[in-house]
Design a protein around this ligand. Structure first.
Ligand SMILES: Cc1cc2nc3c(=O)[nH]c(=O)nc-3n(C[C@H](O)[C@H](O)[C@H](O)COP(=O)(O)O)c2cc1C
Length: 200
């Protein structure tokens, strides 16, 4: 019996009942239903991370935990609110810690499926933020899943871990399942998704 797939969730805000965090949890539940073991770095945890600087992970237990979790992950789900048309500073700071894996044998997110979720009040910010997040994942050599969840969040849409909008709930579920399915595929055939060394 192979070890369970490890899927790491990163995202949310510090708002009570953060819709971004609830959206992320729905996607992670879907990955769990596919047999993955999930680890969540939520808004409160991200807020405890110092601003990233080279080697900063050595001075923060939470940061060290984040870097180790990413190092051993088979896939990620990242969820950000759209802030001024882009990814929030809180989520970007957490992603910056992935720089600590630059000299690992598996560099950054090389070959990893990454599910992306955006919540925002307007469609414009959901689209621009999702595009930015895809660019970030490409820069880190990850594989954004085919579906990215763009959620126009309205008050009361997320409650008690459930999403009342069936279309949004379906997107979140699919993102979680796609990450688990691609992670399983990669584990079965590691060479097909890895980009290998790249000359800079
Ligand atoms: C600093 C800030 C900037 C924001 N900028 C935008 C924006 O440019 N476009 C938009 O549609 N919503 C914007 N919003 C709304 C957030 O995207 C929205 O409230 C988000 O879904 C919050 O998620 P949460 O419930 O997890 O805190 C902004 C909110 C804040 C606090």
């Amino acid at each position: 019996m192979p070890e369970k797939l490890s899927i790491v969730g990163i995202g949310g805000t510090t708002s009570p009942g953060s819709s971004t965090e609830q959206a992320l949890k729905i996607a992670l539940r879907a990955a769990e239903a596919e047999g993955a073991q999930v680890t969540l770095f939520d808004g409160a945890t991200l807020a405890a991370l110092p601003h990233y600087a080279h080697g900063a992970a050595a001075h923060s237990t939470e940061a060290a935990r984040l870097v180790e979790a990413v190092r051993h992950a088979h896939g990620l789900v990242v969820a950000s609110p759209g802030y001024h048309g882009s990814i929030s500073g809180l989520v970007k700071n957490a992603i910056d810690y992935i720089e600590e894996t630059a000299k690992d044998s598996r560099v950054y997110l090389d070959g990893l499926p990454v599910g992306l979720i955006v919540t925002a009040y307007g469609w414009q910010a959901t689209g621009s933020t999702l595009a930015t997040m895809r660019s970030i994942v490409h820069a880190l050599r990850g594989w954004p899943t085919p579906l990215g969840a763009a959620i126009r969040s309205v008050s009361g849409m997320f409650r008690d871990g459930q999403c009342s909008d069936p279309g949004a709930a379906m997107q979140l579920d699919l993102v979680g399942r796609q990450v688990a399915e691609f992670a399983r595929l990669r584990r079965a055939a590691p060479a097909i998704l890895s980009t290998g060394p790249v000359e800079e």
